[in-house]
Design a binder for this molecule. Sequence first.
Ligand code: GLU
Length: 596
Amino acid sequence: MRFLPALTALSLTTLGFVAASPPAFAAAAVKEPTATGYGGAVATVDADATAIGLDVLRRGGNAVDAAVATAAALGVTEPFSAGIGGGGFFVYFDARTGRVSTIDGRETAPASATDRYFIDPADGLAYDFTEARVSGLSAGTPGTLATWEEALDRWGTRSLASSLQPAARLADRGFTVDATFRQQVADNAAAFGQFTSSRELYLPGGAPPAVGSVQRNPDLADTYRLIARKGTGVFYRGAVAGDIVDTIQHPPVAADPWSTWAYPIRPGVLTRADLAGYRLRFPAPTRSDYRGLTVYGMSAPSSGGVAVGEALNIIEAGLPTSATTTDKLHHYLEATALAFADRNRYVGAYTEPSVLQKLISDPWAGQRACLIDRTKALVKPVAPGDLNGSGCATTATGRPVEEGQSTTNLTVADRWGNVVEYTFTIEATGGNTMVVPGRGFVLNNELTDFNFAPTQGDAPDPNLPGPGKRPRSSMSPTIVLKDGKPFLALGSPGGATIITTVTQLLLNRLDLGMTLPEAMAAPRASQRNSAGIQAEAAFRLRYGPALTPLGHTFGADAPELGAATAIEFTRGGRLIASSEPVRRGGGAAGVVHPAR
Ligand code: GLU
């Protein structure tokens, strides 16, 4: 009964006992990172959300029904990572047709945006990241709610109205604050303190909520119920749309801010017409082969599918058959550096499909892998490949591009073999830090995923802002098929490190002989084409002694990389649902019928 702890947490919360429980007990009891069994599975970062998804599966809902109910619950318990104020990418394997489809629910820039959107007209310089983030300018039109509705319409069996109910109840009743949640508020306290709505919800009494206390959000419960009654029109064209635009154009700055803020809080320019004009996209998934498996990922405006696919192809093309663990990690680090050089140069919302196709082709991988020397690391940053060249041809080096770390990921499978891999976000942890007054959700700062100024020297930058444009993402919801059937579904948050985390998880599982839970727990490293590898200390300590003699260098340790979830499909319908044992406070995996 491995899923029981999650249910226990839920019922304790329901009964109102959790606030009185010792916090250590509440935090320790609720999460089970691995679950094995049959009949469907859910893996998320949060016990309440996983319990809600499992409940939908038990009552006969399919993977899409469960994914939407789970996502709505994550909007309650992970409000600084995801929610209806943001966007994301939904990847779906349909067991009946054997097809993988995607929904691009990425946020969009206002119609009035130009490539100088993040340039201060006063001095012609790009805004600082924090100045841009905590402003109305950073919020794009959210795509999350439209994604949920469309996924249910296309593949689900339940209405959006019913799918929002468990999360509305959760928001009313509240959930237990854990150390991760408290820390996320603490990290954002200075910004939240600027806004009446944000501080009222998240800084009760002027301080972050205590670990073990119950966090309720009646405004969000009401918003979910309003949407359930009136449909998504109320969000995109009705009363909620009005409140979103008002928040963006007139940020609810407190007359008596609780802390100093170094920047002016700039209003944004998003309009009701921008919200009313929001449209989902349905790009074909990226597709590449690795070790006889077929890897499906998210296409532009995410760079995730292309970059993961390219990195895997390079590893496959370059790795000698006699490879040692050090060879494998060396190739992993070189492959992701090369893939990032190409992604930064070529991938943005409007990249031609033929270019994306080329970047995940085997000939391209051969052209890139031929730069790798088994005995010596490339000097970073490496140059992008030349799309018109051959051999090892490269072009002028671009500047590495960095992005923040937040977001959440969920993986769901049902008894019929349908699979959902869904990564969604409000960008930075805490988004643009503005709660929409009276509505209980935080707005995204996704537009800061655009490059504020050109990064590629004389070459065009594919990720500058533009009217109605979607910023490039790194989100990499991935579904791997073996002989046309699901083998593995996985994804992670973590900004640009998502691409390396997903690639490394696949390397761990497919090349380094690890089980899925071992692959999940293993220490991570991220080489995104800069001089120093960003790694967890455990990776540097374990593998650094073998990798540094090859010329790899490590930058400052990362406290943790990613917060992944995954499901592996094994023989006889047996599922291994897996989430983080430790990162982000540990995740929650559950199955409908646990294996004995
Ligand atoms: N905004 C990021 C992206 O789309 C994701 C945020 C994160 O995971 O930190 O790539």
